[in-house]
Design a protein around this ligand. Structure first.
Ligand code: ATP
Length: 230
C-alpha cells in the first residue's frame, strides 16, 4: 500500500502562481483530481513525477521523492499525454524499447498489450493509431512496471463510450488490488462513477479533499468550490 503525499507543494512561473501550498495525502483507491482549466492539475502531476521542480514544498510517493526512487517504473506508472511515440514504431516495439531501458522483463509487454486490448493492433505502426489507441498505448506504458501507484492525466481522453467503460473497470480493478490511482479529469459524470475520493483545485489552491460520498452532488459542489457557479 503506497501513499502519495503533497507537502506545501508550490509552483510559480514568473508572475503566475500555478500551484499554491498544496498539502494532502492520497491513499490507495481511485482519487479524482479536478479543477477548471488552468487550475494547476498538470503542473502538480509534473512535480509529482519529478519533471519540474517545485518553487517550495515537495511531493513524495511511498515516502520518497520520485527522483530518489531506485526503480521508478516499478513504483509509479504515469500517463501525461498520449504523444511522443515514434510514429514509425509499432506498439510492441515501443513497449519493448521502454521495457529494455527501464530494466523490465520483456514478458510484461504482451501482458500489458492484452490488458489494454491492443494485442490485435500491436504490430501496427503507432503513426496510424487513433487518439484512443494512442491513449491505450500510453496506459500500457504506465502499467509496464506493474506499479503500485498510477498517475494519469485525462486518461479517458479520446476513448469511445465502450473505451470509457473499459477504462472505468480497469481503474476499479487496479484499486481493488490495493493500488493508488490518481486521475485528472474534466468529465464529472465519469469521475462520479469511477472514483472513491476527490481533490478539487482552483487557482492553484486545494478547495476540497475527501470522499466522493461526502458531496451530495459532484457537479454543484465543483461549481460552488471553483467559483464557476452562475
Ligand atoms: N511552463 C509554463 N510556463 C508558464 N506558465 C505555465 C507553465 N505551465 C503552466 N503554466 C500556467 O500555470 C497555470 C496552471 O496550468 P496547468 O496546466 O497546471 O493547469 P491544468 O489544471 O492542468 O489545466 P487544464 O485543465 O486546462 O489542463 C496556468 O495559468 C498555466 O498557464
Amino acid at each position: 500500500m503506497t501513499d502519495i503525499e503533497l507537502r506545501g507543494l508550490t509552483k510559480r512561473f514568473r508572475t503566475v502562481a500555478a500551484v499554491r501550498d498544496l498539502t494532502c495525502t492520497i491513499k490507495p483507491g481511485v482519487t479524482g483530481f479536478l479543477g477548471p482549466n488552468g487550475a494547476g492539475k498538470t503542473t502538480t502531476l509534473r512535480m509529482l513525477l519529478g519533471l519540474i521542480r517545485p518553487t517550495a514544498g515537495g511531493a513524495v510517493i511511498g515516502g520518497r521523492a520520485y527522483r530518489d526512487l531506485a526503480r521508478p517504473r516499478r513504483v509509479v506508472g504515469a500517463l501525461l499525454e498520449a504523444s511522443g511515440f515514434h510514429p514509425g514504431r509499432t506498439a510492441r516495439q515501443h513497449l519493448l524499447a521502454t521495457a529494455e531501458s527501464a530494466g523490465l522483463a520483456r514478458s510484461r509487454v504482451d501482458l500489458v498489450l492484452d490488458e489494454v486490448d491492443l494485442t490485435a493492433d500491436a504490430n501496427r505502426r503507432v503513426g496510424g493509431y487513433s487518439l484512443g489507441m494512442r491513449q491505450r498505448l500510453g496506459l500500457a506504458g504506465a502499467l509496464l512496471g506493474d506499479p503500485e501507484v498510477l498517475i494519469l492525466d485525462e486518461p479517458a481522453n479520446g476513448l469511445d463510450p465502450a473505451g470509457v467503460a473499459w477504462l472505468r473497470a480497469l481503474l476499479r480493478s487496479l484499486a481493488g488490488q490495493g493500488r493508488t490511482v490518481l486521475i485528472s479529469s474534466h468529465v464529472l459524470a465519469e469521475v462520479q462513477q469511477t472514483v472513491d475520493r476527490v481533490l478539487i483545485v482552483d487557482d492553484g489552491t486545494l478547495r476540497y479533499a475527501g470522499p466522493l460520498t461526502d458531496l451530495d452532488n459532484l457537479e454543484s459542489a465543483f461549481l460552488r468550490l471553483t467559483g464557476s457557479a452562475s
